[in-house]
Ligand binder design. Structure first.
Ligand code: GDP
Length: 458
């Protein structure tokens, strides 16, 4: 399908045990053959075999690197093209030598995501599966990984295919009636359209119902920890991080670096915001108060308000509770190992009982209760552990909603006995919108945008 052959380093750059350089395209094997010296010529190698040898200069035969080369002939490869994977030593010079050699041949550097794009265009995976590959790479929790893995294997695609199949049946039925109006089955058709579109809308709703949880599993619950100085915010953060080997990412470019930290409380992934702000207060003599953490609160899905239960409620704490009314907020009454001075009645006027969590971070008590409180708030109880297909991608969610809207239009039109050739337009639109999820009816610009999110070499 493509005439050119591409190459890129598929492992993370830097020092490591090995680095893998991937070559894909119609010329992959013939172009690498003169660069590789082994017991047999790469051109004669069978598909799916591994060969030990050296990368050599095609000019003077100088050995440049010791490698293992894997050959996978299309269409039985990730991209569906001929693929050669070169496992070299995991160092910067090693990788550069191999890449330089390749790029001197008729091979060009791959764009980010180009291998996966070829897999998609080669028909090996559809668009929703390709997007799940990005999710796999970016997963920050086990659950998110499992959800993505299921989608890579085509679980979502399967459901979309079923829904589209129903729509095709509808379209065929409508078509017949447009072509043979003398049968006078208009009224039957209106009922049929109403039934069928209801059925498909229910299917869409079922998928959309998973989207909240799916999005949370994928991205984590954006969480802000706030509270007055000395109530135990850093201690909480450290306790969460200790259990988790937190994954920390820097996002430069804002007024100051925002640091996000990913942790999970049992199965629930949290994305903690502004953890730097909290940690700093450890060292600063004049501790930064509530003001500082307010910035993080704006973006948060969940607010953890930490109180010192050994202290009476402060005016600014009451102000915060007032401010967070109607938001997803959990009140952590910390330091329960000390005598309690907090007026529970006041708390109950702001929070549900289930959102007030007594804990002692010092004695490591109460984290399980925190997990329960979060489950109640976000999942209405326990997180589903069955293998549901979750819709987690915002693009997919938006398209499902659009398709639902189109079918609703079809339904209402049928009810008002609108001519069926007009109803057909809505049904076809829904079919196209669902198709866009799996890339069946997606524009080139959309594809470019999606695949550009990938890292180089994927
Ligand atoms: P922050 O200013 O809100 O980040 O509070 P820190 O985490 O720095 O904690 C302030 C002080 O409270 C430290 O001396 C902690 O050891 C102590 N502390 C934290 N959690 C508890 C707890 O559950 N019980 C008791 N007694 N002390 C705690």
């Amino acid at each position: 399908m493509f005439s050119d052959t591409i190459a890129a380093v598929s492992t993370a750059l830097g020092e490591g045990g090995i680095a893998i350089i991937r070559v894909s395209g119609p010329q992959a094997i013939t172009q690498v053959t003169p660069l590789f010296r082994s017991r047999i010529s790469l051109a004669d190698a069978e598909s799916h075999t591994v060969h030990y040898g050296h990368m050599i200069s095609p000019v003077d035969g100088e050995k440049l690197e010791e490698v293992l080369v894997t050959v996978m002939k299309g269409p039985r490869s990730f991209t569906t093209e001929d693929v050669v994977e070169i496992s070299a030593h995991g160092g910067i010079i090693s990788v550069r030598r191999v890449m330089d050699l390749l790029l001197q041949q008729e091979i060009r550097l791959a764009e980010p995501g180009e291998f996966t794009k070829r897999a998609f265009l080669g028909g090996r995976i559809d668009l929703s599966q390709a997007e799940a590959v990005i999710d796999l790479i970016r997963s920050k929790s086990d659950r998110a990984f499992s959800v993505a893995l299921k989608q890579v294997s085509g679980s979502l695609s399967e459901q979309i295919h079923l829904l589209r199949h129903s729509l095709i049946e509808m379209l065929a039925h409508i078509e017949v009636n447009i072509d043979y109006p003398e049968h006078d089955v208009e009224s039957v058709t209106a009922e049929f359209i109403k039934d069928k579109s209801t059925e498909v809308m229910e299917g869409i709703n079922k998928l959309l119902k998973t989207s909240n949880e799916g999005k949370i599993l994928r991205e984590g619950i954006t969480t802000a920890i706030i509270g007055r100085p000395n109530v135990g915010k850093s201690s909480l953060l450290n306790a969460l991080a200790r259990d988790n080997k937190a994954i920390v990412t820097d996002i430069p470019g804002t007024t100051r670096d925002v640091i996000e930290e990913y942790v999970t409380i049992n199965n629930i992934p949290l994305k903690l915001l502004d953890t730097a702000g909290i940690r700093e207060t450890m060292d600063v003599v004049e501790k930064i108060g509530v003001e500082r953490s307010r910035a993080a609160v704006v973006d948060a899905d969940l607010i953890l308000l930490v109180l010192n239960s050994n202290d009476e409620l402060h005016a600014d704490e009451l102000a915060l509770m007032e401010q967070f009314k109607g938001r997803q907020c959990i009140c952590l009454m910390n330091k329960m190992d000390l005598p309690s001075k907090v007026d529970k009645e006041t708390l109950l006027s702001f929070f549900e009982e289930s959102s007030i969590v007594p804990m002692s971070i010092l004695e490591e008590k109460g984290l399980d209760k925190l997990e329960e409180a979060i489950s109640t708030l976000f999942f209405g109880g326990k997180l589903e552990s069955g293998d549901l297909t979750y819709v987690s991608n915002v693009r997919h969610i938006a398209l499902l909603k659009k398709a639902h809207r189109s079918l609703m239009d079809a339904y209402e039109a049928a009810e008002q006995r609108v001519p069926i050739d007009l109803i057909q337009i809505d049904v076809r639109l829904a079919w196209e919108q669902l198709g866009e999820i799996i890339g069946d009816t997606a524009a080139d610009s959309l594809l470019d945008q999606i695949f550009s999110q990938f890292c180089l070499g994927k």
